[in-house]
Structure formats: structure tokens, C-alpha cells
Ligand binder design. Structure first.
Ligand SMILES: [Zn+2]
Length: 219
């Protein structure tokens, strides 16, 4: 029995609690309002539909919460994993978010501008058409997405966009060091001035790369 079920059935107090573990609970539908909660783990809570606005939450895991319709705006949240939350259509603004895993959210249509985001894993988000500019993002995993273009990401160091069947060009990423782009129709990158820099950085050597076929670039 998870702590929320124990609280509902046995009136056990949750007051003052900072970590709530409800992993794999198939019956919990909503999380109570807990002012001091910092960490909430709802991995595999397939009945969960509601999370209140928890003012001190820093860490939130919602993997596989297939009935969750929305996530509230959480003002100091730093880590969010909502992978495979197939009912989510949007994500709100999170002013302090640094890490976001939302892979397999097949109905997710938009992600807000997240000014502090450093790491984004959004593979197989097949309803996502664009991404906003993330000024602090250093790592992006967006394999098997249907996005047609990527925004300017000035701090980007690692990009994996394998299997993005509609991605035909990349912006000039001044700091890109690692690029995985197998099975993409990238064409325009070969005409970009940054290509040599990109390849040199990619292989960390002074040897020029003979192949000009961008689909062969792989770290
Ligand atoms: Zn439970």
C-alpha cells in the first residue's frame, strides 16, 4: 500500500512529509495538497488524474501515468520525468526546470519556453511539431520525432536526432560537439559554413572528413 492509500484508509498523517512514494499504485487518483513536499514519485500510477500545485516540489516522476491530463505549474521544480504520459497535450511553464524527460508522450503538441532547461529528452513525441528556443539547453535527444526544424539553441553541445524523418536542415549550432543524425534527410547542413567546425569538433582531430554525406555523421 502506498503512502497516499495508507493516508486515505487509515488516516495516517502526511503533514510535514517531504518525500512521497506512490510507485506502481494502480488506484491512486489524486495527490493531496502537501505544503512541504519536495519529492514525489508516481512512477506507473495508471489511475492518477490530478496533482495539486505543490509549492515546494523540486523533483517529480510521473512515468507511465497514462490518465494524467495536465501537470500544474510548479514554481521551483528542477527535475521532471513524465515519459509515456500519453494523455498530456501541453506542459506548463516551469521557471526553474533543468531536466525534462517527456519521451513517448505521443499526444504532446507543445512545450513552453523553459528558460532554465539544460537537458531535454523528447524521443518519440510524434505530435510535437516544433520546439521553442531554450537558451540554456546543452543536451537534446529528439530521436524519432516529426519535427521539421530545430530552433536556435546557442548552448547546445550534444544532439541526437536519429530517425527524424522530416528534419531537412539544422541551424548553426556554435557549440555543438556531438551529433547523431542517422536516418534523417538532412541536406542543407553541407552548405552551412559551420560544417567543418562541426566535423572537426565531432572527431576531435585535424583530419578533414572525406564524406560529405551528412547522414554518415555519427559519434
Ligand atoms: Zn496507493
Amino acid at each position: 500500500m502506498c503512502l497516499v492509500c495508507d493516508y486515505e484508509q487509515n488516516n495516517k498523517s502526511l503533514e510535514g512529509i517531504s518525500f512521497l512514494d506512490c510507485q506502481e499504485c494502480k488506484v491512486v487518483k489524486s495527490i493531496p495538497y502537501l505544503e512541504n513536499l519536495q519529492k514525489l514519485d508516481c512512477f506507473g500510477c495508471t489511475s492518477l488524474v490530478h496533482i495539486p500545485n505543490l509549492p515546494n516540489l523540486l523533483w517529480l516522476r510521473l512515468t507511465g501515468c497514462v490518465n494524467l491530463q495536465r501537470i500544474p505549474e510548479l514554481s521551483i521544480l528542477e527535475y521532471l520525468c513524465c515519459a509515456k504520459c500519453v494523455s498530456l497535450k501541453t506542459l506548463p511553464e516551469f521557471p526553474k526546470l533543468q531536466t525534462l524527460y517527456c519521451g513517448g508522450c505521443t499526444n504532446l503538441q507543445t512545450i513552453s519556453e523553459l528558460s532554465t532547461l539544460q537537458f531535454l529528452h523528447c524521443v518519440k513525441c510524434v505530435s510535437l511539431k516544433t520546439l521553442p528556443e531554450f537558451h540554456q539547453l546543452h543536451t537534446l535527444w529528439c530521436d524519432d520525432c516529426t519535427i521539421q526544424s530545430l530552433p536556435n539553441l546557442p548552448r547546445l553541445e550534444r544532439l541526437s536526432c536519429e530517425g527524424c524523418k522530416h528534419l531537412q536542415s539544422l541551424p548553426e549550432f556554435a557549440n555543438l560537439q556531438k551529433l547523431s543524425c542517422a536516418n534523417t534527410p538532412l541536406q542543407k547542413i553541407s552548405s552551412l559554413l559551420c560544417l567543418k567546425e562541426l566535423l572537426y569538433r565531432l572527431y576531435k582531430s585535424t583530419k578533414p572528413i572525406k564524406s560529405s554525406k551528412v547522414t554518415n555523421i555519427k559519434v
